[in-house]
Design a protein around this ligand. Structure first.
Ligand code: APR
Length: 234
């Protein structure tokens, strides 16, 4: 069985990493145009670096929760049975990896990776982004940015994602509000291809009506239970 799972900030909420659009979410505290767009970075790179440095500090303290662990179990069990989990996340945290997932597709990039704004080279980096960092690839400074896809930029791995989506037997969306495309459009694509769809979230998302199956509750409770039910059915 090939299962395509899309995760969003809700899967990491109970690990203490903020979501974006809930009440007191990240976008209620910061103007995304200032901290999550190329124009914002050009206008005020120091503000953008501070924003991501604060999120990197949070990430260093964060631990995977029962939902991340259940998805790692799902990946291992499916592989044992000749099946496959394609885990595509909108999240830039590394909690799926910390929970033991072996393949995680970060379509919005990764917070613990720095990218050179001049030459696009990337390197793992959990430390603070600094204005004077010299890029090892192009030897220029002043270009250190987070390897995160900003609004107006193209999400990563879209060819691989579309291939995996069309080959899936089941599409499951976990912990996302369904408000940012192209991720929010995956369920409609799956449905159009006759693929079964399931939404697992704290509450109905913007495109809840498109899903065949719906499971609501905190991810740490409903995701492990849903994984056990799926594995029992195989
Ligand atoms: N368990 C399950 N779901 C939860 C929990 C929880 N404990 N807490 C919150 N949620 C749900 C909310 O109900 C909401 O539907 O998680 C969803 C979070 O939605 P958003 O804050 O919009 O986050 P997300 O959907 O991941 O945002 C998508 O927008 O800002 C950009 O690039 C950023 O990747 C992000 C994208």
């Amino acid at each position: 069985m090939k299962v395509f799972v899309l995760t969003g900030a809700g899967v990491s909420a109970e690990s203490g990493l903020g979501t974006f659009r809930d009440k007191d979410g990240v976008w209620t505290k910061y103007d995304l145009n200032e901290v999550a767009t190329p124009q914002g970075f050009a206008r005020n790179p120091a503000l953008v670096r501070d924003f991501y440095n604060a999120r990197r500090a949070n990430l260093a303290e964060a631990r995977p929760n029962a939902a991340h662990e259940a998805l790692a179990r799902l990946e291992a069990d499916l592989a044992k049975r000749g099946g496959e989990l394609f885990l595509c996340t909108q999240n830039v945290d590394d909690l799926h990896e910390k929970a033991g997932c072996r393949r995680v597709i970060h379509m919005h990039g990764e917070l613990a990776v720095t990218r050179c704004h001049h030459c696009e080279a990337t390197w793992p980096d959990k430390g603070p982004l600094k204005p004077d960092t010299v890029c090892a690839a192009c030897a220029r400074d002043g270009g250190a940015r987070p390897h995160v896809v900003w609004f107006g930029e193209i999400p990563l791995f879209m060819d691989q994602i579309e291939d995996a989506l069309s080959a899936a037997d089941l599409f499951v969306s976990i912990g996302t509000s369904g408000s940012v495309y192209p991720a929010a459009g995956f369920v409609a694509e799956a449905r159009a291809m006759g693929i079964a769809t399931c939404e697992i979230n704290l509450e109905p998302s913007a495109n809840a009506y498109v899903f065949d199956e719906k499971v609501y509750g905190p991810a740490t409770e409903v995701v492990p239970a849903w994984v056990e039910r799926l594995l029992a059915r195989l």
